[in-house]
Design a protein around this ligand. Structure first.
Ligand code: AKG
Ligand code: FE2
Length: 239
């Protein structure tokens, strides 16, 4: 452990106590002006930059991660700034963020439970813009089906996190490696006791268990480090 290039002390005060290791949740990580600027840049991107999936659209920046490596593409300055900021907080054990996925969810949209997998350094950092969401966590399908009861999404559900606009969420360790995460395609969220980061007023933005929050359009920036990169002579700056 001593040799590990550990996450910044600044993060440590933001650890979510009532969740498995490890979640850091930093409310108001960016200002309203930064949020507006980032949204402007996302929506200024050329139309072909968007990929429409069922239930969300996305933009991929930095290159397409593939098992054999990511052919690196230049990160635009407006995203590089946040890659640098989060890397300097040692979110990726001292490595530099080099990949950003922008997801846009309209009310009623979501993402199926999944794991982010081994192509990334096992930390995902997410800046949220425009609206809150609830991120839901599930235990994986058991490899040996011991019980006769079939496992359902409902039976595998563990807990949720309230993710507010302008926040930064950092998932590592068990939260990244073992649990699945997803967003239910809903137009509003009722905060139950299963939401684990409501205890601090700053985290919850005044919301309390029992409240129902209507969803707006949410844009998330998931910022990651892809260890395996294929560098091209073009990117090495040969003239
Ligand atoms: O929008 C989010 O916060 C989650 C996105 C996500 O899970 C992913 O892109 O892998
Ligand atoms: Fe994910």
């Amino acid at each position: 452990m001593e040799h590990q290039d550990n996450i910044s002390e600044k993060f440590k005060t933001f650890v979510v106590q009532d969740a498995p290791p490890t979640v850091y949740y930093i409310p108001d990580f960016i200002s309203e002006d930064e949020e507006a600027y980032l949204l402007e840049q996302v929506y200024k991107s050329p139309k072909p930059k968007w990929t429409q999936l069922s239930g969300r659209r996305l933009q991929n920046w930095g290159g397409l991660p593939r098992p054999k490596g990511m052919l690196a593409e230049k990160m635009p300055d407006w995203l590089q700034k946040y890659c640098d900021q989060i890397s300097s907080l040692k979110a990726f054990s001292g490595k530099a963020a080099n990949h950003v996925l922008v997801n846009e969810y309209k009310p009623g949209e979501g993402i199926m439970p999944h794991v982010d997998g081994p192509m990334y350094h096992p930390t995902v950092t997410t800046i949220s813009l425009g609206s809150h969401t609830l991120l839901d966590f599930y235990k994986p399908l058991s490899s040996t089906q011991e019980s006769v009861e079939p496992e359902t999404e409902e039976s595998r559900y563990q807990f949720s996190l309230l993710v507010r606009p302008r926040s930064l969420l950092v998932l590592q360790d068990h939260m990244y490696q073992s649990l699945l995460h997803g967003i239910q395609p809903r137009c509003q969220d009722t905060l139950t006791d299963a939401v684990r980061n409501l205890s601090s007023a700053a985290d919850a933005g005044g919301a309390v268990a029992g409240d129902t929050l209507p969803r707006g359009t949410r844009v998330s920036l998931t910022i990651r480090h892809v260890p395996k990169v294929i560098k091209t002579t073009f990117l090495l700056g040969k003239k």
